[in-house]
Write a protein that binds this ligand. Structure first.
Ligand code: ADP
Ligand code: MG
Length: 456
C-alpha cells in the first residue's frame, strides 16, 4: 500500500503543514489512511494527524469527510457533543502523490480495546450507561441537528476521551520511550486510558494487600479485589466519518459492518438514521456482555455470499418477539435457547413485511410463500433470557436493560426509538431522580424518523 496512490510513509519527527505539526508515532490505520500522533507546535498540544491515501477516489472521500467534520465542528462550538473534532486540514505532497490530511483532536483507546482489556467479560451496567450516554448524545446531534447518518458504528469507531495530556504527563500517557514498544500497538491507538486504568488498579491492589495483611493478623482473609473500573470516569466520542452521509444524499446501498448491520440494509430496502440506532443497540449489548451480539459466520453449508443469509436468520431467531412465535414452539434446550419452528408465513411478522416488500434482496432470503428460504427451525433466545442464562445478569438488570434495547431491534426502522427518545428512557436515567418528570413529558415525541419511502 506504500506506493503511488497509496499511503504516505511517515518517520518520527517528519514535519507537516510547513513545520506546524511534527509526527511522533503511529496511532492506527484504516483502509484509507494512517493516523499519527503529532505535536502541534502552534498550540503546544498533541493532535491526531490522519493522512489519507493519495489516489483520486481516496482524495474524493477525504473531501467528503472534511465537509461532514467541518459541519460537525461548526454546529458544536463548545465541543460537547461527543463527536471527534476537526482542528485543521491541508494537503501534503510526498513520493506517492498528494495526500489530504486531517488534524483531529487526540483521543484514547477504542471501545474494542477496552472490551479486550476487560477480557471480554462485559462492563458494569453503570459504565455501559456512561458510554451509551455519550454515543446517544453524538447520534442525537448528528441525526436531529445535522441530518448525518454515520453508517459504520462499531466499537472500533468509538474512542475513549484521553484523560491525560501527553505533553504534560508522558509517563502516565504511555508515551514515555521507556514504556513504548518499538512496533507500537498492532491494533491502533496508544493505550492512554488503559494505562491509566492499570495504574489505578495497581494502586488499589497495593492497598488491598496492606489491608489483607492486617486482616490476616486478625484472622479474617479479605477477598481478592474485583477487576472493576470503579472511580474511572469514562467518556467517549464517535470517530471515522469516512462512510458517513447526509440522509438526503445517500450514495451507498450496502453500509455498516456486518455484525452491526440493520435488517433493512441486508434486504436493501432503504435506510435512514434508524440504521445507526440498530448498530448502537448491538454495541450496548456488546459492552455489557463482552461479546458481539450477532456473529455471522460462513461454513456449515453457507458460502461466502450467503454469510448474510445466515446472519439474517440469526437476527430473526434471536429476537423475534415471543408473541408471534407461540404457535410454533417445539422442544427446549435451556443452554442454547428454545428451538422453534418459524411462524408461517414468516413474512406475516409485523415490521419484517414492511422492509421485505421494498427490499431489492428480499428474494434471496424469502421464498414466494413468504417463508425463510432453507431455514425451517430456529433457535429462539429472547434478549432478557440470554442475559440471565448465558451472561448471568440478575433478573431485574436483564429485564430493565432489555426493555431499553428491544424496541431498537424492531424490524420496522421507523418504529425504533430515536437517539433523543433513548436519552430520555428510564434506563438511561436510573439513579437520577431529578430527570423523572422530563421522561414522562417527553415520551410523546414523534416516533417517525424514517425519511425514505418503501415502494409498494
Ligand atoms: P479510516 O477512515 O482509514 O478507517 P479512522 O478514522 O477509522 O481511519 O482511523 C484509523 C484508526 O486511527 C482508528 O481506528 C484509531 O485507532 C486511530 N484514530 C483515529 N482517529 C483518532 C484520534 N482522533 N485520536 C486517536 N486515535 C485515532
Ligand atoms: Mg476506520
Amino acid at each position: 500500500s506504500y506506493r503511488k496512490g497509496g499511503y504516505h510513509a511517515v518517520r518520527m519527527g517528519d514535519p507537516f503543514a510547513a513545520g506546524r505539526y511534527i509526527a511522533q508515532r503511529k496511532l492506527g490505520w484504516g483502509q484509507f489512511s494512517t493516523v499519527w500522533l503529532s505535536y502541534d507546535t502552534r498550540s503546544a498540544n498533541y493532535v491526531a494527524l490522519k493522512i489519507q491515501k493519495s489516489a483520486a477516489q481516496f482524495a474524493q472521500a477525504a473531501v467528503h469527510e472534511i465537509e461532514l467534520l467541518s459541519a460537525i465542528a461548526d454546529g458544536d462550538p463548545s465541543n460537547s457533543k461527543s463527536v471527534v473534532r476537526l482542528i485543521d486540514h491541508f494537503k501534503h505532497t510526498g513520493p506517492n502523490g498528494q495526500h489530504p490530511c486531517m488534524v483531529l483532536e487526540f483521543l484514547g483507546d477504542s471501545l474494542l480495546r477496552l472490551i479486550k482489556y476487560n477480557r471480554y467479560k462485559g462492563l458494569d451496567l453503570s459504565k455501559v450507561r456512561e458510554m451509551c450516554k455519550c454515543i446517544l448524545t453524538a447520534l442525537d446531534y448528528l441525526h436531529r441537528e445535522l441530518g448525518i447518518i454515520h453508517t459504520d458504528l462499531k466499537p472500533e469507531n468509538v474512542l475513549l476521551v484521553s484523560t491525560i495530556n501527553p505533553a504534560k504527563d508522558p509517563v502516565r500517557s504511555g508515551l514515555s520511550p521507556a514504556l513504548e514498544r518499538p512496533e507500537g500497538n498492532p491494533n491502533g491507538a496508544v493505550t492512554v486510558n488503559i494505562n491509566e486504568i492499570k495504574l489505578k488498579r495497581k494502586a488499589k491492589r497495593a492497598l488491598a494487600k496492606i489491608a489483607s495483611r492486617r486482616d490476616s493478623m486478625g484472622g479474617v482473609p479479605s477477598p481478592k479485589p474485583e477487576r472493576s473500573l470503579d472511580g474511572i470516569n469514562l467518556q467517549c466520542k464517535i470517530v471515522d466519518f469516512g462512510n458517513a452521509c447526509w440522509a438526503d444524499k445517500q450514495f451507498a446501498e450496502e453500509i455498516q459492518t456486518r455484525q452491526y448491520r440493520a435488517p433493512e440494509v441486508i434486504l436493501q430496502s432503504g435506510y435512514s438514521y434508524s440504521a445507526d440506532m440498530w448498530s448502537f443497540a448491538c454495541i450496548a449489548v456488546e459492552l455489557a456482555t463482552g461479546e458481539m451480539l450477532f456473529t455471522p459466520k460462513g461454513g456449515q453449508g453457507f458460502s461466502e455470499d450467503e454469510v448474510c443469509h445466515s446472519y439474517f436468520s440469526f437476527v430473526l431467531f434471536s429476537l423475534l418477539g415471543s408473541s408471534c412465535l407461540n404457535d410454533g414452539a417445539s422442544g427446549e434446550d435451556a443452554s442454547e435457547g428454545k428451538v422453534i419452528h418459524t411462524p408461517k408465513p414468516m413474512l406475516e411478522v409485523e415490521g419484517l413485511k414492511l422492509i421485505a416488500i421494498g427490499g431489492a434482496r428480499s428474494k434471496d432470503y424469502f421464498d414466494r410463500h413468504g417463508d425463510l428460504k432453507r431455514i425451517r427451525r430456529l433457535k429462539f433466545w429472547p434478549l432478557d433470557r440470554l442475559l440471565v442464562e448465558k451472561y448471568k445478569f440478575s433478573e431485574s438488570d436483564a429485564r430493565e436493560f432489555s426493555e431499553f434495547l428491544c424496541p431498537l431491534f424492531d424490524f420496522a426502522p421507523e418504529k425504533r426509538p430515536t437517539a433523543q427518545q433513548c436519552l430520555q428512557h428510564p434506563w438511561m436515567n436510573r439513579g437520577n431522580s431529578s430527570q423523572k418528570e422530563s421522561v414522562e413529558e417527553n415520551l410523546d415525541v414523534g416516533m417517525s424518523n424514517l425519511r425514505i419511502n418503501v415502494a409498494k
